[in-house]
Design a protein around this ligand. Structure first.
Ligand SMILES: [Zn+2]
Length: 281
């Protein structure tokens, strides 16, 4: 069953398995060909575009990027540092796969070692029901932003936040309206509820589950925390002492408290449905 996630749950991922691995850099990056720079308010986005890429598609996915960053700045979970973010653009998914040295079926990724975002131009994620692949670049940009401001966040929070925030359509003050949650993420809902997969801060979480299960639970759990107004509190606790073992911080080492938190999450999961983007405050 989980293999179906491997095929269908094609979301861009942060490659935590490859934290210390480097992705090779394609020749057009080394030779500094087709360099595009977009900038606003001391945030610079530097794009290294593969020769023969469709520049119309490039403009499409980057057209609203600063509007997106302006929205993102209203959210208190991260800080958009005034800095440079580097993005390698591949003309298509085939070319991206050629330079991707690992087997995980990612659509795009952020290489933490080199602080480089890798994105193919022809991403079509029918599963997420979007006509534009912009959200993929937003997702990877969120990873790059979190790397600058919030490197101490645990991987599950990094992944969940990147996903949650890729889907914002309005400022934080308007958050009484919901953030888009793709129905496709709930395809495995019954199985998750039956198996009561552990919460992502559970010790050995990343040893027990594969990367697809880890990502799915991380995303849903962060969405749940946001939805139940607990996310900011969690982040404040993590900021206070990033080195502390979160399981003990959140549960005080009390198994009953952990089981209650786990239970609350699964009760929520039973009721939640996917939704659409709602614009306007
Ligand atoms: Zn990711």
């Amino acid at each position: 069953m989980w293999m179906s996630i491997l095929r269908f749950f094609l979301i861009p991922i942060l490659l935590n398995f490859f934290f210390f691995c480097s992705t090779p850099q394609p020749y057009w990056v080394k030779e500094k060909q087709q360099l595009f720079i977009l900038s606003k308010d001391s945030v610079e986005l530097i794009f290294y575009i593969e020769p023969d890429s469709d520049l119309y598609k490039f403009r499409q996915i980057t057209r609203s990027i600063f509007d997106y960053l302006d929205l993102l700045k209203t959210y208190p979970y991260l800080t958009v540092k005034e800095t440079r973010y580097h993005v390698i653009i591949y003309k298509d998914y085939h070319s991206y796969k050629t330079y991707r040295p690992f087997k995980i079926d990612s659509l795009a990724h952020f290489d933490r070692n080199h602080k480089l975002i890798h994105i193919p131009l022809d991403i079509q994620n029918h599963l997420l029901n979007r006509t534009t692949p912009s959200f993929v670049i937003y997702h990877e940009l969120n990873h790059a932003i979190l790397e600058e401001c919030c490197k101490h966040y645990p991987i599950w929070l990094n992944e969940g936040l990147s996903f949650l925030l890729q889907n914002i359509a309005q400022s934080f003050e308007c958050k009484k309206n919901t953030i888009y949650l793709p129905e496709s993420l709930l395809r495995q809902k019954n199985e998750l509820i039956d198996r009561r997969i552990h919460l992502p801060f559970y010790p050995d979480f990343d040893q027990i589950y594969d990367i697809y299960q880890q990502n799915l639970i991380s995303i849903l759990y962060v969405y749940y925390l946001f939805n139940s107004n607990q996310l900011l509190n969690y982040i404040q606790i993590i900021n206070q002492d990033p080195k502390k073992e979160l399981y003990f911080v959140f549960t005080k080492g009390n198994l009953h408290l952990y089981e209650k938190a786990r239970n609350d999450f699964y009760e929520w999961l039973k009721t939640i449905k996917g939704n659409r983007v709602i614009n306007g405050c």
